[in-house]
Design a protein. Structure first.
Length: 136
């Protein structure tokens, strides 16, 4: 099975770099019925940047407004999932390379049951070219 690739929007939220701060935001999002397709944390000095990939941007925006959480975005990335097989990511990357697009950042994981998920970032000015190369 070929990988399924789609364009997604994501947002940043900053929290103090202290135990439990990410939990507080994630728990609040869950209680507001915000479904996240992906999530990532990056330390940024005294704060931590939480990268939130909501299933619907409206649900995240509403929850953030209710809680007073400041969101930066939307930004765009690609969400990939498929069957875990040798070379699965190479096939994606060659399409981008052939289109002259560099991958800015990425994160991937297997599910332990034969599937994988992958978040792929390109520079904003390369997004449309990448989307076309990936058939999105």
């Amino acid at each position: 099975m070929a990988a399924q690739i789609r364009g997604v929007e994501y947002f940043y939220a900053m929290v103090k770099d202290q135990p439990g701060e990410a939990y507080k935001l994630l728990a609040q999002l869950a209680s507001s019925h915000v479904n996240l397709m992906a999530f990532n944390c990056v330390p940024m000095g005294p704060e931590t940047q939480l990268m939130l990939f909501p299933e619907t941007t409206e649900s995240l925006a509403h929850a953030a407004q209710e809680s007073g959480t400041v969101l930066q975005g939307p930004h765009r990335a690609f969400l990939v999932h498929g069957e875990d097989e040798l070379g699965a990511l190479a096939g994606i990357h060659v399409k981008l390379a052939d289109a002259g697009v560099s991958v800015y950042s990425s994160n991937g994981v297997t599910d332990g049951k034969g599937g994988f998920g992958y978040v792929l970032f390109v520079r904003p000015n390369d997004y449309d070219t990448a989307a076309h190369a990936l058939g999105v």
